[in-house]
Design a protein around this ligand. Structure first.
Ligand SMILES: *Cc1c(COP(=O)(O)O)cnc(C)c1O
Length: 406
């Protein structure tokens, strides 16, 4: 008998992801296929990454063409794909805000690296003694030592102490708590506009505006972590656009390359000026294949008006989910939704176990808290696929309520 992918994984890879349940070999749009040929609808997008769906023909062609043209020369030289990505990102970040001055972009390879670079940038901007960063409890900002320290989940800190100092946390959606947590050592507030990994926790009306005002009063920089929420996912180009505020620094990654690793930091020209030659760097960051993927992603997203698709399909999906008896409430924005499971469905189960039952039935979602599923289909998902996916979910939840879940 030949070993399964999961068995070989357990023998050969570290255990930090547990043992993944199955092996995917192919995808197209919203669909995924495993090594036995079974079809799945992907309502997770590799953690809000493949916003344009799997194997997008234009992104695939852009990657292939760049791979046969120029793959790498380092940032000691200009490479062309970066230039258009930076221009488009800058324009989209400032769209609908009162910021008419172009900012500057720094490329990275991932979300954590983008946040790490942003943390270094604000330290350099304010100088020593004002290096503190205040973020929210239940936030998620990455797994490097610095971004882990910024992440507001103390249980994730414990095994890795001591972490870099200067990080503190306040209660999400409580501006008074943020104000109380400030002292002169704090130079920046770092927030997701909608908490993703922490449970799909939206900002309450007015919270981001109050935080912006607090930053202006105290001379603090506001860093928006748009790694999960950015590039249309919430129904706006960036999550902070819903609040009608300005950003000093914005970080992006996940959807930027539609699966090819690339991250970026945007900052206002004044803040960006804090980095001079030699202050930061990364061998691969913004390398041509990744940047060519991002360039095509942004071109396609602008052509199809990705935020509008997320808004329209998001309304449809929310309506479909709210009709399922096994779901007690739906939260989130656009196509980044959290579905709270009804107690009768859960019984002795957790949401991650329900997500496994969905997988067995052909639907990819994940448990984002013990009681809620994260649902994040591609922005290109069709209305028919939303109906099909919620039907699968409905059947799984009905089986759960009847005590017959797989
Ligand atoms: C995923 C995520 C990160 C980390 O990105 P990686 O590419 O996994 O390092 C940081 N912040 C937020 C909000 C995220 O969702």
């Amino acid at each position: 008998m030949t070993a399964t992918g999961s068995e070989l994984w357990a023998e050969r890879l570290m255990g930090n992801y547990g043992i993944p349940p199955l092996t995917f070999v192919r995808g197209a749009g919203t669909e995924l296929f495993d090594d036995a040929g079974h079809r799945y609808l992907d309502f997770l997008c590799g953690l809000a990454v493949t916003g344009l769906g799997h194997a997008h023909p234009r992104v695939a062609a852009a990657v292939a063409e760049q791979a046969t043209t120029l793959i790498h020369v380092s940032n000691l030289f200009v490479t062309e794909p970066q230039l258009e990505v930076a221009e488009r990102l800058d324009r989209l970040v400032r769209l609908g805000t009162d910021q008419d001055q172009p900012g500057r972009v720094l490329f990275q390879n991932s979300g954590a690296e983008a946040n790490e670079a942003a943390l270094k940038l604000v330290r350099k901007f304010h100088g020593r003694g004002r290096h503190g960063v205040l973020s929210a409890f239940r936030s998620f900002h990455g797994r490097t030592l610095g971004t882990l320290a910024a992440t507001g989940q103390p249980e994730k800190h414990e095994p890795f102490q001591p972490l870099p100092e200067g990080f503190r946390h306040a209660t999400w959606n409580d501006v008074a708590a943020f104000e109380t947590a400030l002292d002169p050592s704090v130079g920046a507030i770092l927030l997701e506009p909608l908490q993703g990994e922490g449970g799909i926790n939206p900002a309450e009306e007015g919270f981001l505006r109050d935080i912006r005002r607090l930053c202006d009063e105290r001379g603090l920089l506001l860093i928006l972590d748009e790694i999960q929420t950015g590039l249309g996912r919430t129904g706006a180009w960036f999550g902070f656009h819903h609040a009608g505020i300005r950003a000093d620094v914005v970080t992006v990654a996940k959807a930027l390359g539609n699966g090819i690793p690339i991250g970026a930091v945007w900052a206002t020209k004044e803040v960006a000026a804090a980095f001079g030659p030699g202050d930061h760097g990364s061998t691969f960051a913004g390398q041509p294949v990744a940047a060519a993927a991002a360039r095509e992603v942004l071109r396609v997203m602008e052509e199809i008006d990705a935020p509008r698709l997320a808004r329209e399909r998001g309304v449809e999906l929310t309506g479909l989910l709210e009709m399922l008896p096994g779901i007690s409430s739906v939260r989130g924005q656009g196509l980044l939704l959290g579905a709270e499971l009804a107690p009768g469905v859960l019984a002795e189960r957790t949401a991650p176990q329900v997500a496994l039952a969905c997988l067995a039935a052909g639907l990819v979602v994940n448990g984002i808290t013990p009681t809620a599923l994260r649902i994040a289909p591609p922005l290109t998902v069709s209305s028919a696929e939303l109906v099909e996916g919620t039907e699968i979910l409905g059947e799984v939840l009905a089986a759960g309520a009847a005590g017959e879940m797989a």
